[in-house]
Write a protein that binds this ligand. Structure first.
Ligand code: GLV
Length: 311
C-alpha cells in the first residue's frame, strides 16, 4: 500500500485516541468530532479511523479504514465498498469482556439471584440448590475471536459448549462445532443460546422462529448485533417458554426506542451496548500494530476484514 501520511480520526473517543497517537507516530493526525468532518477533511485523508462512517463519508483518497470496534456492519452493511480499500477492525480484550458479561447473567440465573432477592423481601427462608455451569449445554452462534473466547471461559467451568458457524469448521475451546444448517438437532437440549454473530447480508434476522421453536426454556443472550435477531420471534418464544429469560445488549436501533415492547417485559434484561466497550489504550495498541503491519507489507493482518464475508 502506498504511504499513509494523513490520518483522520473521528467519532467517539476521537480526542483521546488522537492525543495518545500524537506522541507515538510522526504522521499528520486530524482529530475531529463527526459533525466537523467536511468533504475537505475526507478528501485529504489517507486513512480513516472511527467506529463508523460519518453521514457524508466517501472514499476519495482513503486507502485504509480502521474500525475502532469489533463489528464493522456500520461500514459494510448496505454499503458499496471501494475495491482496494483495506478495512481492519479492532481486536483486543472484547472476547474476555463479553465472557464476563455472559458469565454474570448465567451465574445470576443458576444461583437464583432473582428468587433470593424476592424471598428476602418476604423474609422467606427457602433453599434452592444452585445449578453449576458444568451442568449446562451452551450453544454459541459465531465461532470467531469473540465466540471462541466465550467458549474458553465457559468450558473452564465444564460446560458443554457447541459452536455454530456457516462452515462448521473445528475451532478450539468448543466441544464441537457445527454448521448453521444443522443447528436444529441440538437445540432441544440447549440451556443457553449465546449470539455473537456479526450483522451481514446472510445473518440479518437469522435468529427467528426456526431456532426458537426447538428450544425448551433456554436462556438467550444477544451480544452480537440487534438486527440478527427477529424481535417478534423472541417475544413469542418468551410467551411459549421456549425462552425463559433474554439478556439483550444490542438492538437494531440504539438507544432502544422508548416505545419498544422489550423495555417492559419482565423476562428481558436490557443493557445499553456495554458488553465490550472499546478501551482507549487497547484501541491505540491495536491501531499501531495494524499500522506497523501495513507499513511493513504484512499480507496476513489478523484483523483484516473480508469485505465479501462482511466480518
Ligand atoms: C461493539 O459492539 C463493537 O463492535 O466493538
Amino acid at each position: 500500500m502506498s504511504d499513509i501520511n494523513k490520518i483522520l480520526i473521528t467519532g467517539r473517543l476521537y480526542r483521546e485516541i488522537g492525543e495518545a497517537l500524537e506522541s507515538k507516530i510522526s504522521k499528520e493526525i486530524l482529530c475531529l468530532p463527526e459533525d466537523k468532518v467536511t468533504e475537505k477533511e475526507l478528501r485529504c485523508a489517507d486513512a480513516y479511523v472511527a467506529f463508523k462512517p460519518t453521514d457524508n463519508f466517501a472514499f476519495y483518497n482513503i486507502k485504509w479504514v480502521h474500525a475502532l470496534g469489533a463489528g464493522v456492519d456500520g461500514f459494510l452493511f448496505g454499503r458499496q465498498w471501494k475495491k482496494d480499500v483495506l478495512l481492519t477492525r479492532t481486536i483486543c480484550s472484547f472476547g474476555k469482556k463479553i465472557s464476563e458479561y455472559c458469565l454474570s447473567y448465567i451465574l445470576s440465573d443458576l444461583q437464583h439471584h432473582r428468587e433470593f432477592k424476592k424471598n428476602q423481601q418476604e423474609k422467606l427462608w427457602k433453599q434452592l440448590t444452585p445449578a453449576s455451569i458444568g451442568s449446562q449445554t451452551i450453544l454459541i452462534l459465531g465461532t470467531g475471536v469473540i465466540g471462541s473466547e466465550v467458549a474458553k471461559s465457559l468450558s473452564y467451568f465444564g460446560a458443554e459448549v457447541i459452536g455454530v458457524s456457516l462452515s462448521g469448521k473445528t475451532v478450539n475451546y468448543f466441544n464441537r462445532t457445527i454448521k448453521f444448517s444443522d443447528v436444529q438437532e441440538y437445540l432441544s437440549r440447549v440451556d443457553w443460546l449465546i449470539n455473537t454473530l456479526p450483522l451481514t447480508e446472510s445473518t440479518q434476522g437469522i435468529i427467528d422462529d426456526n431456532i426458537f421453536k426447538y428450544l425448551n426454556s433456554a436462556g438467550f443472550i444477544n451480544v452480537g448485533r440487534g438486527s440478527t435477531l427477529n424481535e417478534k420471534a423472541l417475544l413469542k418464544a418468551l410467551v411459549n417458554n421456549n425462552i425463559k429469560i433474554a439478556i439483550l445488549d444490542v438492538f437494531p436501533a440504539e438507544p432502544l426506542p422508548l416505545e419498544s415492547e422489550l423495555w417492559s417485559n419482565s423476562n428481558i434484561i436490557i443493557t445499553p451496548h456495554i458488553s465490550a466497550i472499546t478501551d482507549v489504550d487497547e484501541a491505540v495498541e491495536c491501531f499501531l500494530n495494524t499500522l506497523t503491519g501495513i507499513e511493513s507489507g504484512e499480507t496476513n493482518l489478523k484483523n483484516k476484514v473480508s469485505i465479501k464475508k462482511g466480518y
